[in-house]
Design a protein around this ligand. Structure first.
Ligand code: NAP
Length: 164
């Protein structure tokens, strides 16, 4: 079953710092919510832990946390998986890989990764975590206009895998 990646990336490929997002862009959070609601979100344990308690699990979505520790405690309704394929096997509806870097690195090379929803931030932040290089078989299929929120310029792009 095909799945998508959704991520916000700065000009130098940065996605995180000290296990948190380096920026606050409410319009991007709304866009994330609109795209993922009703589907499945798959994330690494660090990304799960980066979400404040009061906001997790992400509502109206099946939340799946990847970890090698199957004794890891999560709230009722949240699923644990010990491999990406294991998580994909129990996902339902539109499925999104939502981070972080470790999971993106594996997911972007997976043959069923069909689409990337990238929020391209048009500035550079202090980051310690980076998005992997885009494989060449992904092409831009949509590029929105530059938007601005919280004094940060960004645009929404969609990449899809080239059908050979
Ligand atoms: N800009 C964005 O859009 C965005 C989105 C999401 C996250 N982020 C940022 O990214 C950073 C976190 O990324 P990260 O790379 O440190 O961590 P991560 O990918 O969120 O989590 C890594 C952990 O997930 C588990 N894991 C990953 N792949 C697995 C697999 N195939 N099978 C089993 N377990 C697996 C492991 O957990 P165990 O150690 O428990 O085994 C691993 O240590 C934070 O700064 C966060 O804010 C940014």
């Amino acid at each position: 079953m095909n799945f998508s990646i959704i991520v916000a990336i700065d000009e130098k490929g940065g996605i995180g710092k000290n296990n948190t997002l380096p920026w606050h862009i409410p319009a991007d959070l709304r866009h994330f919510k609109e795209l993922t609601t009703g589907g499945t979100v798959i994330m690494g344990r660090n990304t799960w832990e980066s979400i404040p308690d009061k906001f997790r699990p992400l509502p109206n979505r099946l939340n799946i946390v990847l970890t090698g520790n199957l004794n890891y405690v999560v709230p009722e309704g949240v699923k644990l998986a010990s491999s990406l394929d294991g998580a994909l096997a129990v996902s339902g509806g539109s499925t999104f890989i939502i981070g972080g870097a470790k999971v993106f690195e594996e997911a972007i090379r997976h043959e069923d990764c069909s689409d990337l929803f990238i929020t391209k931030i048009e500035s550079t932040f202090d980051c310690d975590t980076f998005f992997p290089f885009l494989p060449l078989d992904f092409q831009i299929v949509h590029e929105g206009e530059t938007l601005e929120d919280n004094e940060i310029k960004f645009k929404f792009l969609k990449y899809s895998k080239e059908l050979l």
